[in-house]
Design a protein around this ligand. Structure first.
Ligand code: ZN
Length: 344
């Protein structure tokens, strides 16, 4: 089969790799129908040191089950399924607490002999716990939105949940990438009525308004902070959802959060330290967030996607074939595309 590998910064290739086979009785084989490129895939795309053997890529996919191991029940060949971006047994103590990203028998896609999602097929470990069956056919127009349940929509949702967003909280979302826009959609879904979106790409913030943002702040740095203060009577918002992952974004977050408020971050932080100094201490600001246990949220978010109430798949603005995946990475890295859908 064909799959995507990265060999270094800017060097993504689609190559022939061995066909996946069932290795454990808990495995399933899935033929990939839709996959996509994640903002976090762009970190190695921008900075990875050149390597001889290359690494498989992709952790977001949905597809059709082709075969299951002897210990997998509840899944059959022909089922359409979505996979969260971390595989897990969904039965251990962490999983039962809703923290499948810490599963005692789980792991990440595209490493340690596990396939990546950006390919024609995937061997899925812990298939019964990992995969969620979708009650639609593979020709459904809902597939792009259902694919976002792999990562980007639950990640935005997790950010809002950890922040404690509810109908009484005002919200600032930092970042107009696919995660930031998903956070807007999730905050609205949780009942927030005032959502300030900080982002400077008009086409993206326009979608953010359709997702529920009530105000858009295009300015960055001090100007952006001042603007949020102007909009909130000088106080800032109860919650701030940091969906960028760079130092200036977390600095802005602490500057626009209201005293006693919560900063939640999901933007795969690329900074080692957070600016929680004495001033932040005196303001009783809480920092939370972290990697999203997407598996914990799929059943909760699925009905709103199935009935068309929410269309998180609108973050996809370009579709490529598997052979065109390198071009998809380039388009996302150059910010020509917001999020790229792959149809192998
Ligand atoms: Zn587990």
């Amino acid at each position: 089969m064909r799959a995507t590998l990265i060999y270094g910064a800017g060097d993504v290739r689609v190559e022939e790799v061995p066909d996946p086979t069932l290795q454990q009785p808990t495995d399933a084989l899935v033929r990939v129908v839709h996959a996509c490129v994640c903002g976090s895939d762009l970190w190695p795309y921008r900075s990875m040191a050149a390597s001889e053997q290359g690494s498989r890529m992709g952790h977001e996919f949905l597809g059709v089950v082709e075969d299951v191991g002897s210990e997998v029940s509840g899944l059959n060949a022909g089922d359409l399924v979505v996979a969260p971006f971390v595989w897990a047994d969904n039965t251990c103590d962490f999983c039962t607490e809703g923290l499948q990203t810490s599963c005692r028998h789980g792991g990440l896609w595209a490493r340690d002999g596990v396939d990546g999602g950006q390919g024609e097929a995937v061997r899925v470990p812990q298939a019964q716990g990992t995969l969620v069956k979708l009650p639609v056919g593979e020709d459904s127009a809902l597939l792009p939105s259902l694919l976002t349940l792999s990562d980007v929509f639950p990640t935005g949702h997790h950010c809002a949940v950890k922040a404690g967003v509810n109908p009484r909280t005002t919200v600032t979302v930092i970042g107009d990438g696919a995660v930031g826009l998903s956070a807007v959609l999730a905050a609205r879904r949780l009942g927030a009525e005032r959502i300030i979106l900080m982002g400077r790409h008009k086409d993206r913030t326009d979608l953010g308004r359709e997702f529920g943002a009530t105000d858009v702040v295009a300015e960055r740095g001090e100007d952006g902070i001042e603007k949020v203060h102007e909009l909130t009577g000088g106080d800032g918002t109860h919650t701030v959802l940091e969906c960028v992952g760079l130092k200036p974004a977390i600095e802005t977050a602490f500057a626009v959060v209201r005293d006693g408020g919560v900063v939640s971050r999901v933007g795969a932080p690329q900074y080692p330290e957070v600016p929680m100094d004495f001033d932040v201490f005196m303001r009783n600001v809480t920092l939370t967030g972290g990697v999203a246990p997407a598996r914990a949220y799929i059943e909760e978010l699925l009905p709103d996607v199935l009935d068309g109430t929410l269309e998180p798949g609108r973050v996809f603005d370009r579709t490529v074939t598997l052979e065109e995946v390198p071009e998809g990475y380039r388009a996302m890295a150059d910010r020509e595309a917001l999020k790229v859908l792959i149809r192998p």
